[in-house]
Ligand binder design. Structure first.
Ligand code: AAL
Length: 436
């Protein structure tokens, strides 16, 4: 075969696999300047992903990519951080009557949490045991004024008698609904077992009327959410109430933490769980907000797709839209269009989240609320939120140093090099247990 024939065959093969755009790239090399046309040339899998999977080829143009900035809140007292007062798991922030409102879990107990074996009727098991739902208001989003309890633990045996925690707020037809985890045993006793209950009010300031019943029940025995319905996160879509929630499953094996969805036409139910649940395969708490025609989700820790921001154009099928870092934990964003049944969600720029490691030692274990800011909004363009050169100090890295077991494994590996174990004679690599 002569050279011209070979070249023609190669060109034909490339043309067939890549399409006609190949003919527009005579040099064949990836261009220095990326244009819309670049997407049409032959691409490696990695480059195809940036053009096809991500919302924009460059990270700076990706509306679902952001970094996060944090500001300490003013106005909350934590009893000198001695572990007796904790605030955590805030709802979305609402703007009503000229000010911001937020609801959250508050624990105010005689002692810090002591675990499931030592807890009593007054001494908490975990940080969210023996808690109530409290609320606070703010005129600027930085200074907060705690207003008091919104939903208190009901009397035994009502759902939530042991603890009411991790609320999610809904505004529906002029009325307000708080959904929350309703514990009927100390968390940690068998796991973190609870269903979801609800209270409603005609004003954000209350008074709140508890329905005193389970509103999103646990799944049947053997189903993924049989033990826990956590982090209820309500939104309004398609004229209905969409509550995303989290459940942990697969114990005693590797624990999975995923998000599901329950839909209702009335805030008091009945809620139908989506047949494709779980819908999000990662993320420890639920933070979702309408975005364009679909819904976006911040998937924090846990799972294959942790530290990502995901998007479901149909509110059900989520794909990774961005990978980021320093994500807010248990975030409750300010979502102006959360309950407007928007046809085109605008995104978020700030909210409240929490830090569970506010105390430096376990004896003072408690959680504090914080403010986060970001640019996950179609309405602002803040290049400072798109920078991804976060640098952690050497001290931060060294705080994640090797454990005792890991050091022992490494010492053993070096010892094996000096005097190889007898099985090395077989030609097999010495067996080192990497699971230590
Ligand atoms: C949180 C949430 C739920 C869990 C516990 C309190 O971060 O996921 O609320 O039950 O931890």
């Amino acid at each position: 075969m002569n050279r011209i024939t070979i070249t023609s065959l190669v060109c034909l093969a490339v043309f067939i696999s890549a399409g006609p755009a190949c003919a527009d790239e005579p040099s064949g090399a990836f261009p220095y300047t990326v244009t819309e046309e670049t997407a049409n040339r032959p691409l490696s899998a990695a480059m195809k992903r940036v053009f096809v999977q991500h919302p924009a080829p460059h990270i700076n143009d990706n509306e679902l990519y952001s970094q996060f900035r944090y500001t300490a809140l003013k106005g909350f007292d934590y009893h000198d951080g001695d572990g007796t007062v904790s605030r955590r798991d805030p709802t979305k922030v609402l703007f009503e009557d000229g000010k911001y409102h937020v609801w959250y879990t508050k624990r105010d107990t005689p002692s810090r949490p002591v675990g499931p074996d030592k807890c009593t009727d007054t001494i908490p098991s975990t940080d969210w045991d023996l808690s109530d739902v409290w609320y606070a208001t703010s005129v600027d989003g930085f200074h907060w004024h705690e207003q008091g309890v919104a939903v208190a633990r009901p009397a035994h045996p009502q759902p939530g008698w042991r603890s009411v925690t991790t609320p999610g707020i809904l505004k529906w037809k002029g009325r307000f609904y708080l959904y929350y985890q309703a514990f009927m045993e100390a968390s940690g006793k068998r796991g973190d077992h609870c269903p979801v209950a609800v209270s409603w009010a005609d004003s954000p300031a209350g008074p709140w009327t508890p329905e005193n019943k389970i509103i999103i029940p646990n799944g049947a025995a053997g189903e993924w959410d049989q033990f826990s319905i956590h982090d209820p996160c309500p939104l309004v879509h398609d004229g209905k109430i969409y509550i995303y929630y989290k459940a942990a499953f697969n114990r005693p094996g590797n624990v999975w933490i995923c998000h599901g969805l329950a839909i209702a036409e009335d805030p008091l139910g009945p809620f139908q769980k989506h047949p494709l649940n779980p819908l999000v395969n990662s993320g420890h708490e639920t933070t979702l907000f309408p975005f364009r025609t679909g819904v976006a989700c911040i998937a924090l820790r846990d799972g294959q797709e942790h530290f990502t921001i995901q998007y479901a154009p149909d509110w059900v099928n989520f794909e990774v839209a961005a990978i980021t870092e320093l994500l807010p934990t248990a975030a409750g964003p300010f979502v102006p269009d959360a309950f407007t049944d928007t046809q085109y969600g605008r995104g978020i720029t700030w909210g409240l989240s929490h830090f569970t490691n506010a105390a430096t030692d376990w004896k003072r274990n408690h959680t504090v609320l914080t403010r986060f800011d970001c640019d996950l909004s179609l309405d602002i363009n803040d290049p400072e939120m798109k920078r991804h050169q976060i640098s952690f100090t050497p001290e931060t890295h060294y705080r994640h140093g090797l454990t005792k077991n890991q050091r022992a494994r490494l010492a053993k590996a070096t010892a094996n090099l000096k005097s190889p174990p007898s099985d090395s004679a077989t030609g097999q690599p010495p067996s080192v247990n990497t699971n230590q």
